[in-house]
Ligand binder design. Sequence first.
Ligand code: PLP
Length: 432
Amino acid sequence: MNSSLQIWHPFSNRALDPAPFLVEKAEGAYLYTSDRRKIIDAISSWWVNLHGHANPRIGAAIAEQARKLEHVILAGFTHEAAEELASRLSKWVPRGLTHMFFSDDGSTAVEVALKMAVQHFQNLSRPEKIEIVALAHGYHGDTAGAMSVSDESPFTQPFESMRYSVHRVHSAYCYRCPVGLKRESCHIECVQQLERLLEERSERVAAVIVEPLLQGAGGMIVHPVEFLQKVRALCSKHDVLLIADEVLTGFGRTGKMFACDLANVVPDLMCVSKGITGGFLTMGVTLCTDRVEAAFRSENRLHTFYHGHSYTGNALACAAAIANLQIFDDEPVFDRIATISKIHAERLAQLRELHQVGNVRQIGTMGAVEFIADDAGYLSALRPKLYGFFLDHGVLLRPLGNVVYALPPYVIEPDELHRVHDVIVEAIETLL
Ligand SMILES: Cc1ncc(COP(=O)(O)O)c(C=O)c1O
């Protein structure tokens, strides 16, 4: 007889990494482990949790839905929870996004957007428009298409053969400006590379994909709103679709419901996931404009979007997402977000002048410090040292190499968030 299967944990190497903690329960911003630790989840468990772990309202909504309908095939059928979610989400998403397509997670929401963009032009008899443009430092997920549009990194290195080629253009990484300018005096010249590309090749380009205003896994890079606005204008001018990957930024993370709202930008396609169910269940959604969808409404059967996943539009996940949006309606969620933003801003301002600190960045509930390091990047030797230090001090923070960031659930109390910042300061004083 086999002994119990060993769980192969993501982003983990059993030869190098400590054994995982056994979490027995979680509540609010805290994780409780079997060895009696109480750990502040300062990264919202990979950026998914919004209103606290084991939120009773979301839990109850899932339980109630489970007694009625757990799941049904979404081709040829629909259900109340999916329809209600569509109706509620329509009140929040940027005006002009009129259709939503369900998938499973952030990566599949991105795959759907890329495939929709390409087939949109095929259906319009423009089969030459197949190329995709993506940003330096971008991250869009770990499936093959999402990995292709993500920038090269240790995550993608073994899979070069599986990545299709895309055009890679500058992002607005102001601390390491790709065109050597200073933000105080620049005019977003970094976007000119995209401008030149589209002037030359837009006849062949289907879409530009961006993480709007905040590039997450690439190092918590915050863009000026003008960058996104200029990308939008260029896409419109050259008849290229703009895909906004709001998988991280959606549902209040940047201070508004969606990052696109901060820039008054409406994308042609938008991917959401992570926070959509408040962190309870997995769900991806790709939204698009009427114009994009219209190309698929056709007498020609081959114009159908032949894409779908078994658990598409799962009723339990829909119930969680409805409860999540109801909390936005009923509770002072944006006040909580504003409090987090204010504390981040105050505490990061105190770090700015330290000699170990290269740059601090903040947008909404995301606050980050980029440390000066000879080996800057995801594999920086600082990463494991900092990660262990934070956990020893009761805080879950997963540095992206030499970049430490906090992205807590919105229910974190001010004193808990100050504790997170205190531990970051202690780490600087002890390790750097
Ligand atoms: C911007 C962005 N897009 C897509 C993804 C992929 O989402 P998932 O891990 O749910 O597949 C992520 C995950 O971190 C992300 O940050």
